[in-house]
Write a protein that binds this ligand. Structure first.
Ligand SMILES: Nc1ncnc2c1ncn2[C@@H]1O[C@H](COP(=O)(O)OP(=O)(O)OP(=O)(O)O)[C@@H](O)[C@H]1O
Length: 256
C-alpha cells in the first residue's frame, strides 16, 4: 500500500543546509500498522510529511497503492499532535468531522451516516453540537481521529497524536486506535517518540538513526495480536522488545 524508496529530504535555505533524511526505503502492506521511532530531531515528522504529500521530497519516491505521491493523496488521512490547531474552533464537533466530506463532495445523506458512525466509534456521539474548546484535550484528539475515520481513508498517518495528553487518556486513545485499526483494516503509519507506545501498537517498528537519517532497524513485533494495556505490557517479550529498541536509540544518539 505504501512504498517509500530511497527517500531523501534536504532543507536548504541561504547559508543553511539540513540533510533531514538520507535514504529511507521501506514498505507497508495493506492493513498493516507500522510505528516509527527515533531520537529527537531525526526526521520523523519530515518523513511523515513527505509521505503525506505535504512536503516535496529532494530525491527518491513515495507511492500509495502504486501511484507516485506529488501532493496529498485522495484517500489518505493525517492526525497531527496539535489537535488544538487542527480543529476549527468556530465549528461544532459535527461540522469539523463533516468538513472534509463536503470537500470530497460526499452526498448529504452519506455524510450524516459517516459522521454519526465515526463519532459513535470514538465515544463522542453525545457531544456533536459542542465546540472543540468546550472539550478536554483527549476528547479533541478523538474528534480529530473521528474526522480521519469518517473520511474512509486507505492510509492513515499519525504524527505523535497522543504526545499532549495525560497518561491515562493516552492509554485509552492507544486502545481506541488499535480497535479502529482492527475494525477498519486501514493501513497505518504511526510516528511516536515513545518506545513503549511503538511496541504496544505496532506490528512492526522502524527505528530511525540520528541525522543524516536512515532506517537502523525494521523490527517485527512478535507479540500476540490481541493486545491490552495490562497483559501485553507485562509480558516478558514486551520488556525484551522495548529494551532492544531503547538500546538502538541510545546507540543512535551516541553516534551523533
Ligand atoms: N522547515 C524546516 N526548515 C529547515 N530545517 C528543518 C525544517 N523542518 C525540520 N527541519 C530540520 O530537519 C531535522 C528533522 O526535523 P523533524 O522535525 O522532522 O524531526 P523529528 O524527528 O520529528 O523531531 P522531534 O522528535 O523532536 O519532534 C531537524 O534537524 C530539523 O531542525
Amino acid at each position: 500500500m505504501l512504498e517509500i524508496s530511497s527517500l531523501t529530504k534536504v532543507y536548504a535555505s541561504p547559508g543553511r543546509r539540513v540533510e533531514a533524511l538520507r535514504s529511507i526505503t521501506f514498505s507497508v502492506g495493506a492493513g498493516e500498522m507500522v510505528c516509527v521511532v527515533g531520537p529527537s530531531g531525526c526526521g520523523k515528522t519530515t518523513l511523515l510529511r513527505c509521505v503525506a504529500g505535504l512536503l516535496p521530497v529532494s530525491g527518491g519516491e513515495v507511492r500509495v497503492a502504486g501511484v507516485p505521491v506529488t501532493g496529498p493523496p485522495p484517500r489518505m488521512a493525517v492526525v497531527f499532535q496539535e489537535y488544538g490547531r487542527s480543529l476549527f474552533p468556530w465549528m461544532t464537533v459535527w461540522q469539523n468531522v463533516e468538513l472534509p466530506l463536503k470537500e470530497k463532495r460526499v452526498p448529504a445523506a452519506r455524510r450524516r451516516e459517516l459522521v454519526t458512525d465515526s463519532l459513535r466509534a470514538v465515544g463522542l456521539g453525545d457531544v456533536a453540537d459542542a465546540h472543540p474548546w468546550q472539550l478536554s484535550g483527549g476528547m479533541q484528539q478523538r474528534v480529530a481521529i473521528a474526522r480521519a475515520v469518517a473520511y474512509e481513508p486507505q492510509v492513515m498517518l499519525m504524527d505523535e497524536p497522543f504526545a499532549a495528553v495525560d497518561a491515562q487518556t493516552r492509554a485509552d486513545l492507544e486502545d481506541l486506535i488499535l480497535r479502529l485499526w482492527r475494525d477498519l483494516g486501514v493501513t497505518t503509519l504511526f510516528v511516536t517518540h515513545d518506545i513503549d507506545e511503538a511496541v504496544y501498537l505496532g506490528q512492526r517498528v522502524l527505528v530511525l538513526s540520528s541525522s543524516p537519517t536512515v532506517i537502523m532497524e525494521d523490527l517485527k513485533i512478535d507479540l500476540p495480536p490481541d493486545r491490552d494495556q495490562l497483559t501485553t505490557r507485562s509480558l516478558p517479550r514486551f520488556g525484551e522488545l522495548r529494551g532492544h529498541v531503547y538500546r538502538q536509540i541510545q546507540q543512535a544518539r551516541g553516534s551523533r
